[in-house]
Design a protein around this ligand. Structure first.
Ligand code: FCB
Length: 435
């Protein structure tokens, strides 16, 4: 096993999302989704890890693991629990949280939409509503003003592609639509517009407040697609799927270009609407033939017959090389700074996570050596958490959460990661200690 040395100014930390860890919020669409029994084992977002009350304790854990950076999301329903009504308590809570992070020497990156929103927004058809962008911008404005002096970095939307797929095609996220292609594209358009307008607005508001160091981007889920069988149909299908899952959103959110089937125009003019591109990378997928046009003539699956050591607890293939491939492809196209905004593994007994981190960081190092401007790595996740409709059984944390007592324990892989954050390298001593 080789040593891996990252540049000394490379930043490392972890990522979370409000709904998955905070608990206590009864106004978000995910709370209502829990009430409908749509989360595995009838689980609920109501307690999660109680991070809302354990912010200090969790920042101590980040400190113990030598984090430089932390990516977190703001729960819209805590800021605006009822349409047009703001909660001072919610705003104060996040102001306190980001101040505490800064006091701990940890730089926050704030996600504004991470798969959740208020139930009142859900009730009006969420992102398919023609006024959805307007409502979102009103919320963003409140947040950016409130966090003014403390936060200069924002991630507008998390994984528009996965969110829309699981919401309108796969029935997993509220409102649980299946194969609703029309809503999928309507909402895609609105999400892209929400990003473009937020990008402009955040820059403008912060400039008016006298700050010039603003950075705005979004977090894009990228997977590496391969052909399960090589036929003309699967080749065509791979192009369709790659286009509608990746290209449509990248073109839209980076270049401001709405393209087929959601338009053919630059609604805010030509330009760049990202200061960095966030990449969430987990796995690769294979495309097998299908005659279903709604699936774009392809079934997307994990490669068959993989031995269990190659799979995570969720059955996702562990494929570190994919991180190199997807990142290089995006960088070669856009030449923008890259943050790896998520990468991690469901691994309850922590037998694979240390190696997983090592192998993915080795790919990051290769990217940097090849001239790709990768600047940060946020591990998913700080804590075990609510894996959306899958519930609490997938364990993604560097820190283990005991859901009976809510006690936290840093896993062995968390110790390894803490040393990596501190040293910016995996050195001989760490290899001996952890492998
Ligand atoms: C990503 C999500 C994140 C988490 C990980 C495992 O798609 O952005 O919230 O659920 O997957």
């Amino acid at each position: 096993m080789k040593e891996v040395k990252l540049p000394k100014d490379f930043l490392l930390g972890s990522a979370t999302a409000a709904t998955q860890i905070e608990g206590g919020d009864m106004n978000s669409n995910w709370y209502y989704w829990s009430l409908k029994g749509r989360i595995a084992n009838n689980e609920s977002s109501i307690v999660a890890t109680d991070h809302y009350n354990k912010v200090l304790e969790d920042i101590d854990l980040m400190k113990e693991m030598n984090h430089d950076i932390y990516r977190m999301s703001i729960e819209w329903s805590r800021i605006e629990p009822k349409e047009g009504i703001l909660s001072k308590e919610g705003i104060r809570h996040y102001q306190r949280e980001v101040k505490l992070l800064l006091d701990a020497g940890i730089k926050p990156l704030i996600t504004l939409h991470h798969f959740s929103h208020p139930q009142w927004f859900e009730d009006m058809g969420q992102w398919t509503n023609k006024n959805s962008v307007k409502y979102f911008l009103r919320f963003v404005k409140v947040v950016v003003k409130a966090l003014g002096p403390y936060v200069n970095e924002y991630c507008t939307i998390n994984e528009p592609n996965v969110f829309l797929n699981d919401t309108f095609m796969d029935g997993k996220y509220p409102p649980g639509k299946n194969s609703d292609v029309l809503s999928y594209f309507k909402a895609s358009r609105n999400l892209i517009l929400a990003h473009l307008r937020s990008y402009k607005m955040i820059h403008r508001i912060r400039k008016e407040m006298g700050y010039t160091d603003t950075a705005v981007g979004f977090a894009m889920h990228l997977t590496h697609f391969e052909l399960g069988v090589d036929t003309p149909l699967t080749r065509l299908s791979k192009n369709f799927i790659d286009y509608s899952f990746h290209t449509l959103f990248l073109k839209g959110m980076v270049d401001g270009h709405l393209s087929f089937p959601i338009g053919n125009c630059y609604p805010l003019g030509r330009g760049r609407f990202c200061d960095f591109i966030g990449i969430n990378y987990y796995s690769r997928h294979f495309i097998y033939p299908s005659y279903n046009p709604v699936l774009l003539f392809g079934q997307v699956r994990v490669k068959g017959n993989l031995p269990s050591e190659c799979l995570t607890d969720l059955g996702w293939e562990i494929y570190p090389e994919g991180l190199y491939k997807v990142t290089k492809k995006v960088y070669d196209k856009y030449h923008l700074p890259i943050y790896i905004t998520e990468n991690g593994i469901a691994d309850a007994d922590d037998r694979k996570r240390t190696r997983f981190i090592y192998d993915h960081i080795a790919q990051v190092k290769m990217l940097i050596d090849d001239g790709i401007d990768v600047r940060r790595y946020y591990h998913w996740s700080l804590l075990d958490n609510l894996e959306w409709n899958e519930g609490y059984s997938p364990r993604f944390g560097l820190v283990k959460v005991n859901y009976d007592t809510l006690d936290r324990t840093i896993r062995n892989s968390g110790r390894f990661y803490g040393d990596l954050c501190k040293n910016k390298e995996v050195n001989k001593e760490m290899i001996e200690r952890y492998f």
